[in-house]
Design a binder for this molecule. Structure first.
Ligand code: PLP
Length: 465
């Protein structure tokens, strides 16, 4: 089997072994309990290997990864420097409790704090994004002595109890019946000009009205009861919604006025995804807490955390922080973070994400939109893009409705099926296709994926009124 991808060949490339693929699939179905799924419908592709922007199955079928897996693999598959750092660390020390000082843990925290804006100088490490949000909210509540947290309806903040309660998208609904939901969360609408909740027709109007709405929610919840506003800087799964100019600064001002902690959830938007180290860098806004995970080490070993301002750190100088994790600052995960951040700097990977977005993906998607009446809007930045699909460009009726299930998802399922058949692995959510490849993607690879998407979208066009 020959492939034109150099990294695939270096990694040995796909060597078909269907019998082993069948065994791996059977093992999964016999013993795995899958996330977010009715178990009988689960039919995972057994993956044999991965390199760069590609992964392949045991039949030798290769996929261009326009998903970065769970939008976390910012540095791509099998980056040699990160793999080497994990191996080296494994030889030195795999586990040492967080009560001890460890070189990789300290260096990872230093690098992360150095990248963060303002006086966010300390890092509390977790294993992932949901835990990071749990701890950020806990810190905010203890710091302010207030119970409530406000978050956006169009959001995803994680699958644990407070994080899923913060989450606005429909994954919250069944969890509220499952016990353990955090009752002290209220939701608001953030800016989304294409489907403005505020009847706005310009960005400036959307910013002003979204801020006025948030101000009212704070007023009606009672400012003295609100500990934090939690926001994805660029909303990810719930729409790739880039905030209009002035919105984040306005949230910062509202929080300052009422003594509310501003938590920026950069779990998805951080570490290069938007073409900046943190998405807040685009708007020069400094939150009080930043939560991160995913791209910090591209998930080679699970890692997340909270970057903490000096003021909030000071609250816990003499008062114990009532929270911790066995694996907080795991040495293998931290060594992977040090290597990933260092490689991203050395290789200009964040700059690459910005450039590919500006020069290839953005223009490419806008050209695609001209050819396909099903594309209602193209939006994004860096390697963080969405195509919003509609039945009718005038009415903007969604091609697949919000919270759709069953047969309602068919128009987008058909697009996705063509992408997968042609070797492109996309992300989709209701009526949106997300283009979220690794930050390391080349122009040629981006164009290869866009060409497949272009072809696949004829399926969506067939449903246009
Ligand atoms: N916050 C955001 C913005 C996310 O996108 C996610 C995961 O997709 C999370 C939090 C939860 O992260 P994790 O799955 O690592 O718990």
């Amino acid at each position: 089997m020959t492939y034109d991808n150099v990294e695939s060949r270096q990694a040995g490339g796909p060597v078909p072994d269907p019998a082993e693929g069948a065994r791996v699939h059977a093992l999964d179905r016999a013993h795995l309990f899958h996330s977010w799924a009715a178990q009988d419908g689960v039919d995972p592709i057994p993956v044999a290997g991965a390199s760069g922007r590609y992964f392949w199955d045991y039949d030798g079928k290769r996929y261009l990864d326009f998903s970065s897996q769970f939008i976390n693999l910012n540095i791509g598959h099998a980056h040699p420097k990160v793999v080497a750092a994990i191996k080296e660390q494994a030889d030195r020390i795999c586990m040492i409790a967080s009560t001890f000082a460890n070189d990789q843990r300290g260096e990872a925290a230093r690098l992360i704090a150095e990248l963060a804006p303002g006086d966010l100088n300390r890092v509390f490490f977790t294993n992932g994004g949901a835990e990071a949000n749990e701890h950020a909210v806990r810190m905010a509540r203890l710091h302010t002595g207030r119970p409530k947290v406000l978050s956006a309806y169009r959001s995803y903040h994680g699958g644990t109890s407070t994080a899923i309660s913060l989450t606005g998208d429909p994954r919250r609904w069944p969890n509220q019946n499952a016990g353990g939901a955090d009752a002290n969360v209220a939701h608001f609408f953030g800016p989304y000009l294409y489907r403005s909740h505020f009847h706005a027709t310009t960005e400036a109007e959307e910013t002003a009205r979204a801020l006025a709405h948030l101000e009212q929610v704070i007023a009606f919840e009672g400012p003295s009861t609100v500990a934090a506003v939690v926001l994805e800087t660029v909303v990810g799964t719930a729409g790739i919604l880039v905030p209009p100019a002035g919105y984040l600064a306005g949230v910062r001002e509202l929080c300052d006025r009422h003594g509310i902690v501003f938590i920026a959830d950069e779990v998805m938007s951080g570490f290069g995804r938007t073409g900046a180290w943190f998405a807040v860098d685009h708007w020069d806004v400094t939150p009080d807490l930043i939560t991160f995970a995913k791209g910090v080490n591209s998930g080679y070993v699970p890692l997340g955390g909270v970057i903490v301002s000096d003021a909030i750190y000071d609250t816990f100088r003499t008062r114990p922080y009532p929270g911790g994790l066995t694996y907080s600052g795991h040495p293998l995960a931290c060594a992977a973070a040090v290597a990933a951040i260092t490689a991203m700097k050395e290789e200009g990977i964040v700059e690459n994400a910005a450039r590919v977005g500006e020069q290839v993906i953005g223009p490419g998607l806008r050209e695609i939109a001209e050819r396909h009446p099903s594309v209602g809007e193209v939006r994004g930045l860096g390697v963080f893009w969405a195509l919003e699909l509609v039945r009718d460009r005038e009415t903007r009726e969604m091609l697949v409705p919000y919270a759709a299930g069953g047969g309602e998802t068919r128009p987008v399922d058909e697009v996705v099926a063509v992408c997968k058949a042609r070797g492109l692995w996309p992300v989709y959510n209701y009526n949106r296709i997300h283009v979220v490849p690794p930050c390391t993607i080349t122009d040629t690879e981006a164009k290869e994926g866009l060409a497949i998407l272009d072809e696949a979208l004829t399926k969506a066009d067939a449903h246009v009124a």
